[in-house]
Design a protein around this ligand. Structure first.
Ligand code: TPP
Ligand code: MG
Length: 577
């Protein structure tokens, strides 16, 4: 052995750094003495800079949500370290978001020691190591990770880490999970270099030439072509390619359950946002050729669907949706391809073959622009304050004005105000709005930390419901924001309850007993003083607002606090859920 302190834990951390992981968002336990000692030894040897930085997170939801947002902004996976089965269970919700949002992240949890009579260093020393010994710890996350395995020796731990990160990064990207017992994480090994260059991301897939020709010809020959997308904007540079294709053939674009900026909202070909739709979208009904590109749920067929004879082409990084049990969008052609490459290829085919029919384009362009203008006029009317009440539309318009000229990154986690946020924020800049993409509320508090670490020069703004605020473990989130100097402005769309389950009930039982009695069990009154929770945990500003006239001033004051380096929370009172 060399003199240098070097164990599986050292090699594990070193491999993360070799792969470009800057941060380990950690919630530690009895399984982590190997990692804690390796970090301290590296510091004592003056090698701290060779390992990732630890960001201590008092709740695992915050840790994984932070890594999630960091990866969304940079494309670079980070690491999350949690405690055996218990910590793994605490990321059960956040990992749902990372999986559904196709976000790369490496999660590590210890396994309880596998020796108990002092046979090996790292063996059992605490009663909890019997209590936490479960049959299948990896099974806890198996629904939500692309890959999981156990580290069995330090001699190849770097290979496991690099391969796991290769799997996490390669499309469709997602979380991976490694576990290791305490004895294995303590194993002394000879220092050795890893080979991250040998584990590059799988190169993006282009469309097969026949598919390019078929889709381009169908779109060019359509009377009413349409593009539907949800997450093409995961790669902000793909947005311009989509704009070019849409303009080339005057194709309107609908954003369905968008969790990225996929197409500039102010563009005349933007044909609206579809969220929890309750009625038929006429643009979808009229379409004769539809290109769905990067979408899990392009429409909800029970309430809103294309014409039966519409020709649908499905181009997606993940067109089979094999992680979704029931899924049914019959299409003429499915293709697994990178959306930026695919849109470029289709546009190129149209250009080279002169397929654009200028006369048809002109009338379609005019119709789309007129529809866009009508929608804009309706939105402008809806965002005027009335009767001293703050609506989600007015609040979002105030935020749009507040953030005008600001290099803002908006984290979007409102539920029933999703449409209001999209329509009244009207985002145009690719990469300027992020949503987790999953089904677990409680992301934004931790996500703000990761987003700010990823782009310290930008202003991070979280838009949340009062329900999602409470689910985000705010005491933990605001403490981490304070400790690591990652301030954010959090605006709560506060309707003192859960409008979501109420609307779900009204969809199924529009005139039931619950509706008649207005009895949905969704009230969160008496209300938690949400700004006070944030202030107690480390925010520098907190206020609640009910008066529409006061709102712009309070938001501005809060933003100034954020610019000065502290987090701020404004709870904005909307009509009750
Ligand atoms: C972790 C988690 N728990 C519960 C739900 C179910 N759920 C969906 S919407 C909703 C209400 C959220 O309330 P709020 O954030 O205030 O938004 P609102 O519905 O009032 O617009 C709940 C509890 C969920 N999606 N995630
Ligand atoms: Mg609410």
């Amino acid at each position: 052995m060399t003199e240098r302190y070097y164990t599986t834990s050292t090699a594990f951390l070193e491999a993360l750094a070799e792969a470009g992981v800057k941060y380990v968002f950690a919630n530690l336990g009895s399984d982590h003495p190997g990692l804690i000692e390796a970090l301290a030894q590296a510091k004592a040897e003056g090698r701290s800079g060779e390992l990732p930085r630890i960001i201590v997170c008092p709740h695992e939801t915050v840790a994984l949500s932070a890594a999630h947002a960091y990866a969304m902004v940079t494309g670079e996976p980070q690491a999350v370290v949690v405690h055996v089965d218990s910590g793994t269970q605490n990321i059960g919700g956040a990992v749902n978001n990372a999986m559904r949002g196709r976000v790369p992240v490496l999660i590590f949890a210890g396994l309880v020691p596998f020796t108990q009579h002092g046979e090996l260093p790292g063996g059992r020393t605490e009663f909890i190591q019997w209590i936490q010994d479960v049959r299948d710890q990896r099974g806890i996350l198996r629904n939500y990770v692309k890959y999981d395995t156990e580290i069995r020796t330090g001699k190849n731990v770097k290979q496991l880490v690099h391969r796991a990160l290769q799997i996490a990064r390669s499309e469709p990207s997602g979380p991976v999970y490694l576990v290791g017992t305490r004895e294995v994480m303590e194993e002394p090994v000879e220092p050795y270099p890893g080979d991250p260059a040998g584990y590059g991301t799988v190169v993006p897939a282009a469309l097969a030439p026949e598919a390019v020709a078929e889709i381009a010809t169908a779109l060019a020959g359509a009377r009413h072509p349409l593009i539907v997308t949800s997450y093409l904007g995961r790669d902000p540079s793909a947005v311009q390619k989509l704009v070019e294709l849409a303009e080339l053939l005057a194709i309107p674009v609908v954003e369905a359950m968008a969790y990225h900026v996929n197409f500039p909202a102010g563009h005349p070909l933007h044909a609206g946002f579809q969220y929890h739709s309750v009625g038929q979208n006429p643009v979808l009904a009229e379409a004769d050729v539809i290109l769905v590109i990067d979408s899990d749920v392009p429409w909800i067929p029970a309430v809103n669907k294309p014409a039966p004879d519409a020709a649908i082409y499905y181009v997606d990084i993940d067109p089979l949706k094999s992680q979704i049990q029931l899924w049914d969008v019959p299409a003429r052609r499915f293709a697994a391809a990178n959306s930026k490459l695919a849109t470029e290829q289709i546009a190129q085919f149209v250009r080279v073959n002169g397929l654009a029919d200028e006369a048809a384009l002109a009338s379609r362009r005019a119709a789309a622009a007129a529809r866009h203008q009508r929608a804009l006029a309706a939105q402008e009317a809806a965002e005027q304050p009335a009767d001293g009440v703050i609506t989600a539309e007015y609040l979002t318009a105030c935020l749009r004005r507040l953030l005008d000229g600001e290099d803002a990154l908006v984290l979007h986690e409102v539920v029933t105000s999703s449409r209001a946020v999209a329509e009244h924020l009207r985002p145009s800049r690719p990469g300027s709005v992020l949503h987790h993409g999953g089904g677990y509320l409680g992301w934004a508090g931790g996500a703000a930390v990761g987003a700010k670490l990823a782009c310290p020069e930008r202003t991070v703004v979280s838009l949340v419901g009062d329900g999602s605020f409470l689910l985000s473990v705010p005491a933990s989130a605001f403490w981490v924001q304070r400790r690591y100097g990652t301030p954010a402005l959090t605006v709560v769309y506060d309707n003192r309850g859960w409008a979501g389950p109420k609307f779900s009930t009204l969809h199924v039982h529009p005139s039931g007993a619950a509706a008649a009695a207005d009895d949905f069990h969704v009230s969160l009154e008496p209300e938690v003083d949400l700004p006070a929770v944030a202030l107690a945990a480390g925010a520098g500003f907190g206020a609640a607002v009910s008066d529409p006239e006061e709102l712009p001033r309070v938001l501005k004051e809060a933003l100034e606090v954020v610019h000065a380096g502290r987090s701020a929370v404004v709870s904005v009172r909307l009509p009750r859920a």
